[in-house]
Design a protein. Sequence first.
Length: 315
Amino acid sequence: MDLVAFQYFLSVCDCLSFSEAAEQNHISQSSLSKTILRMERELNVKLFDRNHHPISLTAAGLCLQEHLKRLRPLYGQTMRELDRYRVHRNIRCYLVPRLYALKNAALAFLSANRDIELTLETGSDFTTAVREMMEGDYDMAVMHQPFDLPEGVRMSMLYDDKLYAVLPQSHPLVDRETVSLAELDGYTFVETNFSATLVQGLAAKFDFHPGMIDVHRSITGSREEVMLRIARSQNIGIFCSRDITLYNIQPLKLVTRPLKEISSLPIVLLEREGRTDTEWHQRFCTFLKKEQENYAAPLSTHVLPERDTATAPAL
């Protein structure tokens, strides 16, 4: 047992929820649960009754809570005094887009490196992320490669990501093996907050002209609903492959086609040139790259047969 385990135990006592306690301590629920189970094995007592929701403390758990609560103020005071002697290891990272795999990797790093303070900010705007990083608000940004990279930015690739037009199977462009942006001029694009920034960036970079960008701003389920709206119309979406492979698009009668002008939009790690490259920053970057090595998912398993002529469901 250690002081951190005691802190986790008291957090669970306060809220009687493993998931909430894990969130408060910035670790995964699995890691916190394993820590509590290890405490129970070492003490040879059961601390929580997990048979009901919410969980409750056993008699042994109440006993341990009572004694540890007396130590909590002393623990806090001790940590504050020791803080004067510590080297502060801080990492500020901006994540674009909100990819769970990246966020989970960052949380796993935090759980394994308790001497480092990690601040994560998530968003969906390329320009904002790069600008704020260059202004010093963040040490680094993890995002799809910007269409235009400003000077003074060091870039390293984490993993590749493809870019596709998503079309209803009845769309006149489905017979193309690839689709050019010029052919998409004038069409309405149905997009999520993030994919809308892709369309806007492509329009500025390659001088094509969407008829309208219909942004679906729902907080939950936005990708699923956007895909459904594309299937029920003659509109188009532009998505990265990892957004598409989260869902089985075959029942919706959707097809994907590569873009001629730009087929790949990799996830990259951006850092300011000249920034002090500390040992803990290097540790975090190495960890992220290693965690993402096997993240790629083949899109081919989700592409519809080209000659299936079934129509999309009507409104």
